[in-house]
Design a protein around this ligand. Sequence first.
Ligand code: SF4
Length: 351
Amino acid sequence: MNELLTTIEIDVPFPKPPEVLSEEQKHLHVANIKQLLVQHNAVLIAHYYTDPEIQALAEETGGFVGDSLEMAKFGAKHPADTIIIAGVKFMGETAKILSPEKRILMPTLEATCSLDLGCPIEPFSAFCDQHPDREVVVYANTSAAVKARADWVVTSSIAVDVLEHLAEQGKKIIWGPDKHLGRYIQQKTGADMLLWQGACIVHDEFKYQGLQNAIKMYPKAAVLVHPESPEKVVALADFVGSTSQLIKAANELPHKQMIVATDKGIFYKMQQKAPDKELIIAPTAGEGATCRSCAHCPWMKMNALQVLSEVFDGDDKEIFVDPHLAEKAMIPLQKMVNFASDIQASVNSNI
Ligand code: SF4
């Protein structure tokens, strides 16, 4: 069974893109941020979808670039007192939940996510209450309150494994918030899932027709697709996977060209890992497309150098999570971390 819920309308205007900086301005900001990080014993951790200069700065200063869970795990292990999360708000919250004793700052707390916005705690919790026989599994792209309501939190890299495990146990599932990822997992695992109808505004705009045209134009290219994309787009993929899995695939697949359907911020790390490959962004334009995101998340883009330069100014950049909520959210997060460790241990024992 795979029932659908009604869509929650998101009525939030997109943020204005930050001002474009000259090379000289960029150099000045980079030098300033490097100095501030040392001065405040802070480490910069960036998501794959931030702009290339932010990812480069994280790497140059001993920080980290990764997906949301890898970011939080790196922060928890790092000795710095202060962690700067360049990403969107739920990532800062996850870092705070895993490192409650540390100060978590973000360049702007206004950087949000359409999946988080599309899954407010009250209606989601009410829906869960109507189905007490179902395990609640939520994607990492949710608020701390939604995580606290869940039995499991998963990232896209481990979602299929967790749902397979639950399906084998005969569990029935409520899945939220991404409808495309939920449908993909449901098809892969055969799990009995009720799907919340959220969507990522970036992946939702990759178009079947446009991708087909790109495939005609580059017939030897491999097509790499993130499972937050629509079903017909996923159906055209040679490889479907999370951000980290797509980067690995770009390196390992024999093709010289890759058409990539995910946020183009990923090209920084993908090109680094696969320097001899030509990366082509999957088209977002096509019949019915609005191209509101043009393959780059407007909220990720808010993490600009000039905003990062001011991260230690004022007191409105710090992430706080209610300790009671954090304690509850930690339970499903920890389940995922343990599940991932068990998988890794079983892989190692089979080597
Ligand atoms: S790219 Fe999509 S899923 Fe990621 S933060 Fe932006 S809106 Fe959310």
